[in-house]
Write a protein that binds this ligand. Sequence first.
Ligand SMILES: Nc1ncnc2c1ncn2[C@@H]1O[C@H](COP(=O)(O)OP(=O)(O)O)[C@@H](O)[C@H]1O
Ligand SMILES: [Mg+2]
Length: 164
Amino acid sequence: MEFVLESDSSKKTQEYGKEFSKLFKGGEILLLDGPLGGGKTTFVKGVMAGLGYSGRVLSPSFTISRLYKAEKYDVCHVDLYRLEAGDIFDTGIGADFYDKNVIYIIEWGQKLKEELSEYIEVKFEFLGEENRRLTFSMSDFCLKKFSRLIKKVLVSRHKTRSKK
Ligand SMILES: Nc1ncnc2c1ncn2[C@@H]1O[C@H](COP(=O)(O)OP(=O)(O)O)[C@@H](O)[C@H]1O
Ligand SMILES: [Mg+2]
């Protein structure tokens, strides 16, 4: 099952992130995939605003990960652009996966997907200079956990396509 949203501005993508942040219950792993400039970090800015974090949000492409202390959760923002799939766990990332106080948001997260039983994934695609398509999918358990909320948060508020 997939949900598709289209964005025509960076502001809109941040709004989607902000709305999406209302889904979190703690312990989630959010994987963000798609090309450089696709809008992954922009989406994270919106998510963090939604979680009540007012500090700076930058892609941790050199440091690999950054920890944000948000109101309810610690958010670990990871960028795997420079890492090979096999090297990821050597960095210590994942030691607190599924911890209810922690949310992981992982750019280039596809590299980790095979290792995860539970995840939510957002794929970003270019449709034009300012236009992007965001496709949301998730593991079965996450879908069960979130389906009612997804309808409320994403589907009912925007023109959304969903497909099996
Ligand atoms: N609809 C849009 N959604 C997200 N970013 C957009 C959009 N339109 C233009 N942009 C621009 O594209 C760039 C996206 O960069 P960024 O979020 O860092 O991407 P990524 O993390 O995927 O490499 C930013 O400069 C942003 O202002
Ligand atoms: Mg980025």
